[in-house]
Design a protein around this ligand. Structure first.
Ligand code: HEM
Length: 302
């Protein structure tokens, strides 16, 4: 689905977007505190995916808002009004991608959606079924990519600002950035809950999970399990421990390399810039369990 060639071609897109967003951030800092989350973290993932799928930039805001609403349905205890917002967002996104596929059928390009259509046409003679498959893929990709990556971008910046000695260490040793990214993903996994249904009676440790029973795997708790991670509440970029932030097994996240690339590019650029921001207000969070979401990360000049 994501050929390696695509990732290579996305690197300049990501680096260019990071540079532009951080230039804007630096400029805005002269005027006072800036919400890094809104200005940078919410923008970079939608620019990256938007360019890859060749979506009009005027649609980025709409797609971000619809994604925020849609993921309520994946929460542990959504309210009735949250479910209604999620349903409405799903319907709107369905229409959006049906229209996009119609356009790409008329004017195919070298974008991701056109290439998926070519792939499906080669193996699925029924064009409606091919369209349906590509439609689901496009929709899922937006949902999978935006909230998660936005969160980890802000989370990385926040954790490093809260741990200045580790920030300094990274400044002197940028080769440690990939280790820092993994520790951010362990310490504050963007998805805290992965759902599975038992295909048969299954013994899990001391618990018998009956056939057909849904199980919620609590990733955040697993990442802070002292039997797996010594001193688990310590944020330590030297840890280098494997984690479950991208899941495991056959459903392992297909976008993991892209997400890692975005966070690495952001930290590289931020650490090499002369700007030394600091937190200017407590971080604001959406009250959620499954999809972690920072809603505001106010930064100012040191
Ligand atoms: C930090 C960012 C991200 C995190 C934490 C994350 C996390 C995850 C997790 C936990 C799963 C497994 C879900 C399960 O087992 O039920 C998953 C699957 C998936 N992710 Fe991501 N994801 C991220 C970014 C992305 C991006 C950027 C894309 C697309 C470009 C993407 C596309 C996918 C896809 C297509 C799957 C489904 C794989 C399958 O079922 O075979 N993800 N992701």
């Amino acid at each position: 689905m994501f050929p390696h060639r695509s990732l290579d071609s996305l690197l300049p897109v990501v680096e260019d977007a990071v540079d532009r967003l951080l230039d804007q951030f630096t400029e805005d800092l002269h005027q006072g505190p800036v919400d890094f989350h809104a200005l940078v973290s919410e923008e970079l993932p939608v620019i990256t995916i938007g360019k890859w799928m060749a979506l009009p930039s005027s649609d980025y805001g709409l797609l971000r808002t619809l994604t925020h609403d849609q993921v309520f349905s994946q929460e542990l205890f959504p309210t009735a009004s949250q479910l209604a917002r999620s349903d409405a967002a799903t319907t709107q996104m369905r229409h959006y991608f049906i229209e996009l596929i119609r356009e790409r059928r008329e004017r195919p390009g070298d974008d991701l959606v056109s290439s998926w259509l070519r792939t499906w046409d080669a193996c699925e003679p029924d064009r409606d079924l091919a369209d349906e498959a590509v439609h689901s893929l496009a929709l899922f990709m937006i949902l999978a990519a935006l909230e998660t990556t936005s969160h980890v971008l802000s989370s990385a910046v926040r954790l490093l600002l809260e741990h200045p000695s580790q920030m300094d260490r990274l400044g002197h040793h940028p080769e440690l950035i990939p280790d820092a990214v993994e520790e951010v993903l362990r310490y504050d996994a963007p998805i805290h809950m992965i759902s599975r249904v038992a295909p048969a009676d299954t013994q899990l440790g001391a618990v018998l999970v009956p056939d057909g029973q849904m199980v919620q795997l609590m990733v955040g708790a697993a990442h802070h399990d002292p039997d797996q991670f010594p001193n688990p509440h310590l944020f330590d970029i030297r840890r280098r421990s494997p984690h479950l932030a991208f899941g495991a097994g056959i459903h392992y996240c297909l976008g993991n390399a892209l997400a890692r690339l975005e966070v690495t590019a952001l930290l590289r650029s931020l650490l090499s810039s002369p700007v030394r921001p600091r937190l200017s207000a407590p971080v604001q969070w959406a009250p959620r369990v499954a999809f972690r979401r920072i809603t505001s990360l106010q930064l100012t000049h040191s």
